[in-house]
Design a protein around this ligand. Structure first.
Ligand code: PXL
Length: 277
C-alpha cells in the first residue's frame, strides 16, 4: 500500500487540515501518516481559538521514523504554524526525499487577498523558499501574490495567470497549480503549468456563488491522493476539482454556515468511484 505523510495542524472543529486530509487520503486507498504541527480548538476563522504549538515534536518524530526506516510515496505539507516549523521541514525533506517520491506543498497562508490570522510577509517569504524544495506547489491566488510580492487582484487574464505560474515555477517546483482561477463570471477552477513539458492545463466547473472554509485543503488532499494513485496531473486535477465541486454543491443545498466547512463526507463514495475509474 502507498503511504503519504501529511504535515499540518489539527483544527479540532471546522473541517480543514488534518481532519479532512486523513479521511480523504485514506478513502483513496493510501495510508496516511501524520505530523500534527499544532492543535487548535477550531481553525483561525473562529474567535478565541486555542493554539498549542507542537514544533518540538517534529524533530523527535523525524528521528524515530528514520530509525524505523519508514518511507513515504509523498510528503504533503499544509498549514504550518511558524517560520521555525518551515525551517524544521527543510531538514525533514532532506531525510525523507528519495528519487521515487515527491514533495507536495500547499502553502496555506490566506485567501481572498488577505493572510490568515498569525501570518505576515516574512512568513510568506520563508514559505516561498520552502517551495524551492517542492516538486509540486498548489497555492491560491492570495498565497501566490504574497510569495511573489505581487498585488492581489479580483480578476486576471489568461496571460497574467500564465505569468504567475511561470514565476512560481521559478521558485523551484517543476509543477505548479493555481487554484481559484476564473476567466468567465460563471466558471471557477484551476490552471497548472509543468516546467518540464512546458504545458499549461486548465479545468473549470460552473461557479457556485458561495465560499466555504476548508475547500483548499480538500482540493490539495484529493490531488496528492490521486497523484499517488498514479493518475496524470491533468486527470488528478479533474478528480480534485470535481470532488470539491460536489462537496460545495451538497453543502449549498443544505445552506450551512461557511466556517463549518463542506459536506465532504457525504461525497466520499463519489470520490472512491472516481479514483477507481
Ligand atoms: O484551511 C486552511 C487552514 C488550516 N488550518 C488552520 C486554519 C486554516 C485557515 O484558516 O486556520 C488552523
Amino acid at each position: 500500500m502507498k503511504r503519504i505523510v501529511t504535515i499540518q495542524d489539527i483544527s479540532c472543529v471546522g473541517k480543514c487540515s488534518l481532519t479532512v486530509a486523513l479521511p480523504i487520503i485514506s478513502a483513496m486507498g493510501v495510508e496516511t501518516a501524520v505530523v500534527p504541527t499544532a492543535v487548535l480548538s477550531t481553525h483561525t476563522m473562529f474567535k478565541n481559538f486555542t493554539f498549542r504549538d507542537l514544533s518540538t515534536d517534529i524533530p523527535l518524530i523525524q528521528k524515530h521514523w528514520k530509525e524505523e526506516k519508514i518511507n513515504f510515496d509523498s510528503i504533503y505539507t499544509g498549514y504550518l504554524g511558524s517560520i521555525e516549523q518551515i525551517d524544521m521541514l527543510k531538514d525533514f525533506f532532506k531525510e525523507f526525499k528519495t528519487p521515487d517520491n515527491f514533495i507536495f506543498i500547499d502553502p496555506v497562508m490566506g485567501d481572498n487577498g488577505k493572510l490568515y490570522t498569525g501570518f505576515n510577509q516574512e512568513f510568506a517569504d520563508e514559505m516561498a523558499k520552502l517551495c524551492n524544495l517542492a516538486d509540486i506547489v498548489v497555492p491560491n491566488l492570495t498565497e501566490a501574490s504574497y510569495m511573489l510580492h505581487k498585488e492581489y487582484k479580483e480578476n486576471y487574464t489568461e496571460e497574467e495567470i500564465k505569468e504567475l505560474l511561470i514565476e512560481l515555477s521559478n521558485l523551484g517546483p517543476n509543477k505548479v497549480v493555481l487554484t481559484g482561477v476564473s476567466f468567465k463570471e460563471n466558471e471557477l477552477g484551476v490552471m497548472s503549468y509543468d516546467k518540464q513539458t512546458n504545458q499549461f492545463f486548465t479545468y473549470f466547473r460552473e461557479k457556485i456563488n458561495v465560499k466555504y472554509h476548508g475547500t483548499g485543503d480538500i482540493f490539495a488532499s484529493t490531488l496528492v491522493g490521486a497523484l499517488v494513485n498514479e493518475k496524470s496531473l491533468e486527470e488528478a486535477l479533474k478528480i480534485a476539482v470535481d470532488y470539491v465541486w460536489e462537496t460545495i454543491n451538497d453543502t449549498y443545498i443544505e445552506k450551512k454556515e461557511d466556517a463549518y466547512g463542506v459536506n465532504f463526507e457525504s461525497k466520499i463514495p463519489y470520490l472512491i468511484n472516481r479514483i477507481n475509474m
